[in-house]
Design a protein around this ligand. Structure first.
Ligand SMILES: [Zn+2]
Ligand SMILES: [Zn+2]
Ligand SMILES: [Zn+2]
Length: 253
């Protein structure tokens, strides 16, 4: 399995429009963070988790020309805004794009992209096939995904485990009932926003506590704000098996 971190930035992306802090002015490519998403390539099947506003850029940068399904963690705009661009894959693959999410996510997609679900559809709009998921394992094209039901302040969010990889972003609480699904991980990609506490995201200290508790072989943080500081200065402060993610990083699992 190859997991590519497509974007590792918080909702505004980094740099932030109008900000001149040292992170936003940094020339280090690891300080340039598009909105979060990951690509999973497994058994020649290709999946993305979330299609934020930078989805098109992600696909072009990584040269992804096959996409078998889209999975959604939750309905925030920084995770959904780019869904229209899956129409490129509709043209390439000549089929509807399977989309997986919980009921509330699918309802919001149908409101935000109402034209894609209209009875009389303009030619060229995205063709989406919605699949509702619950907190139980499901398969897409023979690949098993295990949802992990977590909280983002009060909003339920799904993380996903595939084999020995788990992806958990936009989370500040993991119920104990979900811990069993997160044992014996090779790689955990986990949201860690900044140093200061936040109402709906783990901060760096809390994310490190989660890593300590779950004991994956290695962990990478994502959904990072400019307030985290420069990549090159923060990463050396972390334990050796914990890193900050950066856009384009490939993880071989
Ligand atoms: Zn987000
Ligand atoms: Zn900044
Ligand atoms: Zn969110």
């Amino acid at each position: 399995m190859v997991v590519t971190l497509l974007g590792t930035g918080t909702s505004s992306g980094v740099p932030l429009i109008g900000c001149s802090c040292e992170v936003c002015r940094s020339l280090d490519y690891r300080d340039k963070r598009l909105r979060v998403s990951v690509h999973i390539l497994i058994e020649e099947k290709s999946f993305v988790i979330d299609t934020g506003p930078d989805f098109r850029q992600h696909m072009l940068r990584e040269g992804i020309n096959q996409l078998d399904a889209v999975l959604f963690t939750h309905q925030h705009k920084d995770h959904t805004a780019g869904l229209d661009d899956v129409r490129a894959f509709n043209f390439l693959q000549q089929r509807d794009m399977p989309v997986y999410g919980r009921a509330q996510v699918l309802e919001q997609l149908q409101r935000e992209f109402e034209y894609a679900f209209a009875e009389f559809r303009y030619p060229g709009i995205p063709r989406l096939r919605l699949h509702e998921i619950h907190n139980e394992p499901f398969s897409i094209e023979g690949v098993e995904f295990v949802p992990i039901d977590v909280l983002h302040h009060k909003l339920p969010v799904f993380g996903f485990r595939v084999g020995d990889f788990a992806y958990l972003t936009d989370v500040n609480h993991i119920p104990e009932s979900e811990y069993a699904k997160l044992q014996n991980l090779d790689t955990l990609v986990l949201g860690a926003l900044q140093h200061e506490p936040h109402i709906s995201h783990f901060n760096l200290r809390e994310a490190l506590e989660v890593v300590e508790l779950l004991k994956p072989q290695r962990a990478y943080f994502t959904h990072i704000s400019h307030k985290m500081g420069r990549h090159s200065l923060v990463e050396p402060t972390l334990p050796s098996h914990v890193k900050l993610g950066y856009d384009g990083l490939k993880l071989y699992i």
